[in-house]
Design a binder for this molecule. Structure first.
Ligand SMILES: NC(=O)c1ccc[n+]([C@@H]2O[C@H](COP(=O)([O-])OP(=O)(O)OC[C@H]3O[C@@H](n4cnc5c(N)ncnc54)[C@H](OP(=O)(O)O)[C@@H]3O)[C@@H](O)[C@H]2O)c1
Length: 184
């Protein structure tokens, strides 16, 4: 079974990539530093001959574009897609524009994944929505936040290995899960 993971050089993607390798899966990673960019649709075909796609790396509309493209190729095949969304996409209060844009992108991704999962297609799409996870992306996102808020969030942060274990569980589950959300 061949698994493609985007964003495999850091954070959740790296932990997932390593855990899948440890579990003897044939896993292929795609990140910009290794020549794969989710904002370049010409490269999406590299995923088509895999069996499972972990849609992890975030880039504005790139995560939705790649889901649509892979689903178009896989809709009549017994394959699985796991999209990494976020648990905290509905809270817009006191958020900067960049966060609003991020939440809108994650919401669209989720809406499309739900549509696939309700479509009775043999290709199945699931959402994995982690809470705050300590990674380079999330630490960058805390810049400018009040110290007290930063301390509170970091004290509740999830570990990347916990996320990787959940993704492995979703890959191996025989059930058609619509989503797993970790609230915090
Ligand atoms: N960390 C959190 O608290 C948290 C919470 C909820 C959801 N998430 C979601 O989890 C996913 C992973 O986040 P993370 O925190 O693990 O991020 P991260 O540590 O910053 O890692 C991002 C990974 O994505 C790759 N990447 C970035 N842009 C890319 C592009 N255009 N094309 C291909 N690869 C790209 C990066 O490698 P290159 O730089 O080499 O491309 C890197 O491997 C994201 O979808 C994020 O929204 C994170």
């Amino acid at each position: 079974m061949k698994i493609f993971v985007t964003g495999h050089t850091s954070g959740i993607g790296l932990a997932t990539f390593n855990l899948l390798k440890e579990n003897n899966y044939d896993v292929i990673g795609g990140s910009r530093s290794t020549g794969f960019d989710i904002s370049n649709s010409e490269q999406y075909k590299l995923i088509y001959d895999c069996d499972i796609f972990v849609n992890n790396a975030f880039h504005k509309t790139g995560q939705l574009d790649i889901l649509r493209s892979v689903y178009d190729a896989w809709q009549h095949l017994p394959k699985k897609i796991i999209n990494v969304g976020t648990a905290n996409k509905d809270n817009q209060k006191n958020r900067p524009y960049s966060r609003l844009e991020y939440n809108v992108c994650k919401k669209s991704l989720e809406t499309y994944s739900y549509w696939i999962s309700e479509n009775n297609s043999i290709c199945y799409s699931m959402m994995y929505n982690p809470g705050f996870v300590k990674t380079p992306l999330s630490i960058e996102g805390l810049k400018g936040w009040p110290d007290i808020e930063v301390d509170r969030i970091l004290s509740q942060a999830m570990d990347v290995d916990e996320c990787a274990k959940t993704i492995l569980f979703m890959i191996e589950s025989k059930h058609k899960l619509k989503e797993i959300t970790h609230t915090y």
